[in-house]
Design a protein around this ligand. Structure first.
Ligand code: ZN
Length: 163
């Protein structure tokens, strides 16, 4: 199995894992020969959220992020250079001007995310620019092991609740 990955800079990844952000904003400057803009990725379905090594210092000054960090408190960590979660890309569309709530960037492409599962232990990985890029098998194994554990725990919990 190959795991598709997307690299996202902190603190924006933190907004997805801990702040309910369900849209990843992307600029695409690629156009077809007839001038129609090309969406930044054709990928749909499961995708690993990887954090780039470099932090977006401008993002740290964003009031939405400052609010989130104040809510999360001083214990919050911002892993970089690692896969921190797995999610699903359910839709990719161009900004309509009113869609995708407070985290939508106007005039950009929106990758709509759902089913975000945060890993207990971030898995170190080297990122790439392509969208998606694919994790090497050692990384894939470490991510899938944690997802399996989470699923088992969730099933155990559901089993308890239905009794
Ligand atoms: Zn949107």
């Amino acid at each position: 199995m190959r795991l598709a990955c997307i690299s996202i800079r902190q603190p924006w990844a933190l907004c997805i894992t801990h702040g309910g952000k369900r849209v990843e904003n992307r600029v695409s400057r690629t156009h077809r020969s007839d001038g129609v803009p090309v969406q930044p990725t054709a990928h749909r379905g499961p995708i690993c959220l990887h954090t780039s090594r470099r932090i977006d210092s401008k993002g740290l000054r964003d009031p939405r992020i400052q609010d989130l960090m104040a809510r999360l408190g001083p214990e919050v960590t911002m892993p970089t250079g690692a896969i921190v979660a797995i999610a699903h890309i359910v839709d990719v569309h161009y900004d309509t001007g009113t869609c995708c709530g407070v985290w939508a960037a106007r005039g950009q492409w929106h990758l709509a995310l759902s089913s975000v599962q945060v890993l207990d232990t971030p898995v170190p990985a080297r990122g790439a620019l392509s969208l998606p890029w694919f994790a090497p098998s050692s990384v894939t194994t470490q991510v899938l092991d944690q997802i399996k554990l989470q699923d088992t725990a969730a099933q155990a919990l559901e089993g308890k609740e239905s009794r």
